[in-house]
Design a protein around this ligand. Structure first.
Ligand code: SF4
Ligand code: SF4
Length: 388
């Protein structure tokens, strides 16, 4: 029989002091573990990762809450929070617990180069700063000036990843067609810091955020439109505490407003069966569920295909909270569940509104050998293909 572990009030008090303030609200009902999408994925994480247990160990200050494999399994999708009867801030607790390990130098192997690159290059992809605008090489891209309405902030992934660059280019085409006053800053920008924040690299996040806040303030930025929901939530929810108060929008919100005012129209409509995957950070974290659906309603001739888990209880693609860089064995990936669900409902296109989701769902669709049967498209790409 395993030896009982000693309860440590000192450890418990330390954990509470570093930001796990809502741990005490937890009554150990286990809803969070029951609804966690890892339960459906099967494999090792499906049984090994137990968010209720992590929180119980931390509540008591008992050793084991710092189990690296379990702690860094969470995608920070917040589905558990949506079900928690005590409104425990589970994602904030995970972030704080991870922070203890990361700040002590115990960085998981897959995150080491990511955090190093954030410090060295201001992005997680080891991309040179000077090439941050390469995605726009042949575009007529306006620079942000003091009288520009929106700063267009392009996610690092869409700056450096060739597949993802198509997303940024599509969003620029749409904003342009809609007559939006927007401009970019470019090479002086740094990553929004979402990944640093969620993996517990608090100092990296603080440095990235302060650098952006100073830059945006010096340029006179008031409104920001983002291509990624992760930047959207980081700017809106995390920057104000560091002095960065901006009006922040995801591009789907800006486009929908233009469609409603007749400033953006589409020449072509699509007859394919299209399903929409709610990105966790646009939906649950960001509160934007309707704008993407309303935009799809304008260009689709058939009703939108809704997946089994949608809107507030949507399931995660598996790439948030630093998991984009983690290796999950084939057959146990969360994105595979979304792809299989879309296929089972007869969809031919699975669209979403997040660069991370696109990257993950496309890889998992390919991994399942279904790339001929299901196309993964970012919503901006789909809408731009219907433009005049
Ligand atoms: S659902 Fe909430 S109260 Fe229940 S075990 Fe999870 S964190 Fe605790
Ligand atoms: S945030 Fe998502 S992945 Fe993490 S424990 Fe909650 S439901 Fe599971």
């Amino acid at each position: 029989m395993a030896e009982p572990k000693p309860v440590s009030p000192e450890t418990r008090n330390f954990l509470l002091s570093v930001g796990t303030g809502t741990l005490d609200w937890c009554m150990q009902c286990g809803f969070c573990t029951a609804v966690c999408p890892w339960r459906l994925a099967g494999g090792r994480l499906g049984t090994y990762f137990n968010i209720r247990r992590i929180q119980r160990l931390a509540q008591l200050g008992v050793e084991g809450f710092d189990d690296e494999e379990a702690l860094f399994a969470c995608t920070t999708c917040a589905l558990c929070e949506a079900h928690c009867p005590r409104r425990v801030e589970i994602v904030a607790n995970i972030r704080a617990l991870r922070g203890i390990l990361v700040e002590a130098g115990f960085v998981p192997q897959h995150l080491d180069p990511i955090i190093s690159s954030l410090y060295a290059n201001g992005n997680p992809w080891s991309g040179p700063r000077a090439r941050r605008l390469d995605w726009a090489r042949d575009l007529r891209l306006p620079r942000f000036e003091r009288d520009t309405e929106y700063l267009l902030f392009v996610c690092c992934t869409s700056c450096y990843d060739p597949r993802s660059q198509r997303i940024a280019r599509s969003v620029v085409r749409l904003l342009d067609s809609a007559g939006v006053s927007f401009g970019v800053i470019g090479t002086e920008e740094s990553c929004c810091g979402d990944v640093a924040d969620k993996v517990g690299a608090g100092e990296a996040f603080r440095q990235l955020a302060l650098s952006n806040i100073r830059l945006f303030q010096s340029k006179g930025v008031r409104r920001i439109v983002t291509t990624s929901p992760h930047c959207f939530v980081a700017f809106r929810d995390r920057y104000p505490a560091l002095g960065g108060e901006f009006e922040v929008f995801h591009y789907t919100e800006v486009l929908l407003e233009r469609v409603r005012h007749g400033a953006l129209g589409f020449a072509r409509r699509l007859s394919e069966r299209v399903a929409y995957h709610d990105p966790c950070y646009l939906g649950r974290h960001g509160g934007v569920f309707d704008a993407p659906r309303e935009l799809l309603g304008v260009v689709l001739t058939a009703p939108l295909v809704e997946l089994a888990w949608v809107r507030e209880v949507s399931h995660c693609c598996g790439s948030g909270g630093g998991r984009l860089w983690a290796e999950t064995p084939k057959g146990q990936r969360l994105g595979e569940l979304r792809v299989s669900d879309a296929l089972a409902r007869g969809a031919r296109v699975l669209t979403t509104a997040c660069p991370y989701c696109v990257m993950t769902l496309e890889a998992d669709c390919f991994g399942l050998g279904q790339q001929e049967n299901l196309q993964i498209l970012e919503l901006g790409e789909l809408l731009a293909s219907c433009c005049i």
